[in-house]
Design a protein around this ligand. Structure first.
Ligand code: G4P
Length: 535
């Protein structure tokens, strides 16, 4: 028995569960692919990549995905590296960005932020970072594409600090970029790792390690000009940058920064080695004010995503759960806390990029998918039957696109309402009503525009209801934090402001631009607006 407990602790402490955040094209897929390569999970570079190969394989869950060759869903990749078991949570990017992308971040213990060295901080990174910032999880920065001409290194760091409000601490420092990229200086090890672009696709590469005191070899390898500049930059950096402090990293206040080139495999393994040392093991989560330690407690997990239609013939749903504590044993009973029902989780599986594997066991830090007969909602907790853990809910994230929805055939009102409600319950869309009126007019809000197509497609195919979507010009939504103190009828907003309510009757405000939000706050002293809704 004792041996078993210590095995569980060992398994849990081996776990590192992280999400990769980036703006499209920064190199997230390429970097993921290289991680898997080092973990031995794939043999050839190129097998994760190609939006046409693995991504496609993940996503024949919905016809719409096939048609467009994109992934609306996200998946989890697991591999072992240097004694650690790493779970990468893939977050859908591009135009398939959705609320699920945000929710996936709620299941991660840390995040890796990939930045294109020639672009700096971009819009989508900023949005995803905000969610990571709200959770205070450790964030690791990989500045990619150093084999191309990059922005000035100090300016890149400055931009991260100013735009994202996080201190930076470069673990290594690039020597040139583009055609003059010579490698990186490792500040911890005090040596230079040289770059050669013959490393494309190979696992080991041809990096040479040169100690900083080997002046002759450094001169010969990187040249006198680059070496002089490097020494100047190191001096400047030592004086200016934040001290490395693992506690600050763990609190998400300091980001360790690495430079490299995912495409040519440079800097990826150094990153991984440092990452597994510095990143958090599965984090404790809060249940009704109490911290649930992942090792000390029996099995518990929460639902962070529900995927409908994994199998079109059965209209089935898969609930994705993040295990927060203990060991999951497929043969044991668990309690669905919100439904107060004891049950066995049906068909527990690990959802990898191109395969689904039935699981017998899993540990805190892991993600499992289970068959959902329609009982789970996002944020629900399951735990050992004798416990009553109830994890804090997942916030509702601000949609950025809104449309009025009507069914074309008025006779199909019932199916329409049912379909819209179910799809909203899965968390694919948010539904609102006009303020102070009934359900007549439905306003749908989505995080990514593709969700409108998903809604239309699913209503037609699953509920046999054709709809008409009329886009609305609003881009910003705000929840009213202190709704009890505010008389909404007297609220003095801007002319472009619209009052709506959610299905629970909570008031919300829609705005066309950021300026109007500021103006409304100014005109209504004491009004507290929030970008996140509480469930
Ligand atoms: P994403 O998942 O973040 O959207 O980015 P992805 O990895 O798909 O990379 C976007 C493009 O950037 C790809 O080129 C990829 O090869 C390239 N790339 C990624 N990392 C590096 C790097 O370190 N250096 C350079 N020079 N390029 C990099 P593409 O032409 O759009 O796709 P493909 O034709 O190579 O598949």
């Amino acid at each position: 028995m004792v041996i078993q407990v210590s095995n569980i602790a060992e398994e849990i402490n081996k776990r590192r569960t992280f999400a990769i955040i980036s703006h499209p094209d920064a190199g997230k897929t390429t970097l993921t692919e290289k991680f898997l390569l080092y973990g031995g999970a794939i043999n050839l570079a190129g097998s994760v990549k190609g939006k046409a190969t693995a991504r496609h394989a993940v996503s024949d869950w919905m016809e719409i995905e096939k048609e467009r060759g994109i992934s609306v869903t996200s998946s989890v990749l697991q591999f072992n590296y240097n004694g650690c078991c790493i779970n990468i949570l893939d977050t859908p990017g591009h135009q398939d960005f959705s609320e699920d992308t945000y929710r996936t971040l709620m299941a991660a213990d840390s995040a890796v932020m990939v930045i294109d060295a020639s672009k700096g901080v971009e819009a989508q990174t900023r949005k995803l970072f905000k969610v990571c910032g709200m959770r205070g999880i450790p964030i690791f920065t990989f500045i990619n594409k150093m084999d191309r001409d990059a922005n000035d290194t100090f300016e890149l760091l400055d931009e991260i600090e100013k735009e994202l409000g996080i201190a930076t601490c470069p673990v290594n420092w690039p020597i040139g970029s583009g055609k003059r990229f010579k490698g990186v200086f490792d500040r911890h090890e005090n040596h230079v790792l040289t770059y050669s672009d013959t490393q494309k696709g190979t696992k080991e590469g041809e990096t040479t390690v040169i100690p900083m005191d080997d002046e002759a070899l450094l001169l010969e390898t990187i040249g006198d000009e680059a070496l002089a500049l490097l020494r100047d930059e190191i001096d400047l950096l030592d004086g200016a940058s934040a001290e490395f402090d693992i506690e600050e990293v763990r609190k998400g206040k300091l980001t360790p920064v690495f430079f490299g080139s995912a495409l040519t495999n440079f800097g990826v393994e150094v990153f991984l080695q440092n990452f597994i040392e510095m990143a958090a093991t599965p984090l404790a989560r809060v249940s009704q004010g109490e911290c649930i330690d992942p090792v000390e407690n029996d099995f518990s997990a929460f639902v962070f995503k529900i995927q409908a239609n994994m199998n079109k013939a059965h209209r089935d749903r898969i609930a994705f759960m993040r295990i927060c504590s203990g060991k999951f044993d497929a043969s044991a009973e668990v309690k669905h806390v919100q439904g107060q029902k004891v049950m066995r989780l049906s068909q527990p599986q690990q959802i990898m990029a191109d395969e689904r594997k039935i699981l017998d066991e899993a540990y805190a830090g892991d993600i499992i998918g289970v068959f959902d007969p329609g009982i789970f909602s996002i944020g629900d907790t399951v735990c050992a039957p004798k416990n009553n853990i109830c994890y804090d809910g997942i916030p509702t994230f601000a949609p950025e696109h809104f449309a009025r929805v009507r069914q074309i055939d008025t006779m199909k009102r019932k199916q329409f309402i049912k379909g819209v409600n179910q799809i909203a319950q899965e968390g694919a869309i948010q539904i609102f009503q006009e303020f102070n009126t009934g359900m007549e007019e439905i306003i749908v809000g989505v995080v990514g525009v593709l969700q409108f197509d998903v809604l239309k497609y699913r209503l037609e195919n699953e509920y046999n209801v054709e709809i008409k979507l009329e886009p609305l010009p609003y881009e910003h939504i705000r929840w009213i934090e202190n709704k009890e103190e505010v008389d909404l009828n007297k609220l003095s907003g801007t002319s472009d402001m619209k009052k709506i309510q959610d299905l629970k009757g909570n008031p919300l405000l829609l705005f066309i631009n950021q300026w109007s939000i500021g103006m409304t706050e100014e005109r209504n002293k004491g009004l507290v607006l929030s970008e996140f809704g509480r469930n």
